[in-house]
Design a protein around this ligand. Structure first.
Ligand code: HEM
Length: 354
């Protein structure tokens, strides 16, 4: 009897230990345990209790700006092409944060530097980890992959590898192609601008978001970027700023142009009413972006430490007061999808606290 109960107990313990926990409460890989502590520390401090707000937005932007320092053409010409997702934006912040497109990132670089040192993990890993954990705090987001084990030693990224909002579509697509991303993947990655706002392009309206729902990972960014621009968000026009369709919303030149360019407009439109495609395509592109310049076979898969994001029950809509006539449809072969119109007139969109 005693033997039997010990057996049952051991079996039960085994079962408990091997059952994957929801919300990433434990990890199946002992080498990943350290990341449970880092995650809890990050969620309670940097992300203000697991919220989808400015800290998360900045962490995701930082992950892009670290990784995109990777150029196949520079390498092919015999120069240093950058280490990709190598943590150089933290290790060499004194230089890289002077690059024009890296403005307003110091507020995330310093807390992540401190967290990495405190927990003894690499700068490169903490950047991608913060993006994955942070994105999981946003309703509707995919649960991103997290691979651990990037080196903690990097060289300064070559300059001019981070695309800017004043760049032409040609410049952006060729820069992204040089890092290994197709035009479709570039559009897919811009799903990030669904949980995003600006600070540096027009400081008079710092915190103005790129869509009406900056705390939800949803397709509204793709929908609203195609609406006719009718107003200035602030008292003056900022750098690379285009007219916005909605009070409080900010539209940057590059998003405006990519939404309407023949090479990217049909992918853009396909994402306006397909949250599943948006989520899956963003996840797939982030798998590649987050490990650029690394040998994946040397990394450990610690994705089960990443929380499981809540779903977003709200369907894509046209903002209240707009109709399909306000859409600048730019994919000639496919009609713009019919979307429900939100009731009433859309109220001004409040700024994100920055
Ligand atoms: C490809 C061309 C891209 C351009 C030209 C671009 C440009 C910009 C600019 C100018 C801002 C505003 C920064 C500020 O004033 O604070 C911004 C914000 C942001 N970007 Fe991008 N971006 C691009 C792609 C991406 C990608 C691929 C990601 C991530 C995967 C990303 C993530 C973000 C996020 C999350 C923010 C919001 C930051 C915040 O709210 O503080 N961007 N981007």
């Amino acid at each position: 009897m005693r033997l039997l109960s010990s057996f049952v107990l051991v079996a039960m313990l085994g079962l408990v230990a091997s059952t994957p926990a929801p919300q990433g409460e434990s990890t199946g890989n002992p080498a990943c345990s350290i990341w449970l502590d880092v995650r809890d520390d990050m969620q309670s401090g940097l992300f203000n209790g697991a919220k989808c707000e400015n800290g998360v937005h900045k962490a995701l932007r930082l992950a892009f700006h670290d990784s995109i320092g990777f150029s196949q053409s520079l390498t092919a010409s015999g120069q240093f092409g950058g280490g990709g997702s190598d943590g150089s934006i933290i290790e060499h912040s004194a230089i890289e944060l002077t690059f024009g497109p890296n403005g307003h990132l110091e507020g995330i670089v310093e807390p992540l530097r401190a967290l990495a040192i405190k927990h003894g993990v690499s700068f490169a890993d903490i950047i991608q980890f913060a993006a994955a954990v942070g994105v999981a705090n946003c309703r509707g987001a995919p649960r991103l992959e997290f691979m651990a084990g990037r080196s903690n030693s990097s060289q300064v990224s070559p300059p001019r590898l981070v695309p800017g909002p004043g760049n032409s579509v040609d410049q952006i697509l060729s820069r992204m192609a040089d890092a290994g991303f197709s035009a479709d993947e570039t559009v897919d990655l811009l799903a990030s601008h669904s949980i995003a706002a600006q600070e540096g392009l027009n400081s008079a309206v710092a915190g103005s978001p790129f869509d009406s729902t900056p705390d939800v990972f949803d397709t509204q960014f793709y929908v609203e970027t195609l609406l006719k621009g009718i107003l200035n968000t602030g008292p003056t026009t900022g750098f690379a700023e285009k007219l916005s369709p909605l009070p409080g919303e900010f539209r940057m030149q590059s998003d405006f142009a990519i939404a309407r360019d023949p090479r990217t407009a049909c992918r853009w439109q396909a994402l306006t009413n397909d949250p599943v495609l948006m989520s899956q395509a963003f996840r797939a592109a982030m798998v590649r972006l987050s490990t650029l310049g690394n040998d994946r076979s040397t990394l450990q898969d610690c994705s089960d430490v990443i929380p499981i994001p809540n779903s977003n029950p709200s369907p894509p809509t046209l903002p209240g007061g707009k109709t399909e006539a306000d859409i600048e449809a730019s994919c000639p072969d496919t009609p713009f999808p019919v979307l429900p119109i939100a009731p009433g007139v859309a109220p001004p969109i409040p700024p994100v606290a920055v």
